[in-house]
Design a protein around this ligand. Structure first.
Ligand code: SAM
Length: 208
């Protein structure tokens, strides 16, 4: 990577204890040779350490420069944990606009701190494919209300080591107080909810 790209990557994700590698490693272990879509990725290229093909989408100028770096693939070849050569596509557009990607073209949709990705980009996820979403901006809550998605697991995290748990899922998305959350509430606040049980990230499957 050129010095500028490396500097921006190091600044935000350079500490391997906080780059969420473990989350994507666990996720990739459930989805052999998957293609992933990461709307609102910024320069968080870590999914490409685990997924041979990843499509990134961001409107940020630094992200556009980062993904244009011709040495990016060489950087990924050092870090990748699969046999294939990495493939990366980047779209410098809003993920709310139509993307130049086929409907149901990806196996994994990644939603991390970037708004309602589960809603705007559902069409690109194949039926049966997996969504990993956190609730920082309320996207996991939004997916939980969406009959197109079924909750299949939760990721718990300790010291940046993620574990996937698939039992007792019925206890998640229960508000600690007040009435059940609605789509309107989430759209208005764009924030996660205080639940009796919460997780670092949630794993959904697209079922419709
Ligand atoms: C808080 S950062 C999170 C970056 C990364 N997902 C992470 O978890 O570290 C949010 C990113 O989403 C991008 N973003 C927000 N809304 C977007 C949209 N509608 N289309 C494309 N990118 C968007 C921003 O430009 C920013 O880079």
């Amino acid at each position: 990577m050129n010095a500028k790209s490396l500097a921006v990557y190091q600044k935000y994700y350079g500490d391997p204890r906080h780059d969420r590698s473990s989350l994507f490693r666990v996720l990739a272990a459930h989805t052999a040779s998957a293609t992933a879509l990461y709307p609102g990725s910024f320069v968080h290229i870590v999914p490409s350490f685990f997924f041979p093909t990843t499509v990134y989408v961001d409107t940020d100028k630094q992200a556009r420069r980062f993904f244009a770096d011709p040495d990016l693939i060489a950087f990924l070849r050092i870090r990748k944990e699969y046999a294939h050569d990495p493939t990366v596509r980047f779209h410098a557009v809003s993920y709310m606009d139509p993307l130049p990607e086929p409907d149901q073209g990806v196996d994994v949709l990644i939603s991390q701190f970037a708004g309602f990705v589960s809603q705007h980009c559902r069409r690109y996820l194949r039926i049966g494919g997996l969504l990993v979403a956190n609730d920082s901006h309320g996207d996991a809550s939004m997916a939980a209300l969406d009959p197109s998605y079924a909750l299949r697991g939760v990721f718990t995290e300790q010291d940046d080591t993620y574990r996937l748990e698939t039992s007792h899922l019925e206890r998640y998305f229960m508000p600690r107080r007040g009435s059940p959350v609605t789509r309107d509430d989430l759209e208005r606040t764009q924030r996660g909810i205080d639940y009796t049980y919460s997780a670092s990230a949630y794993l959904f499957q697209r079922v419709a």
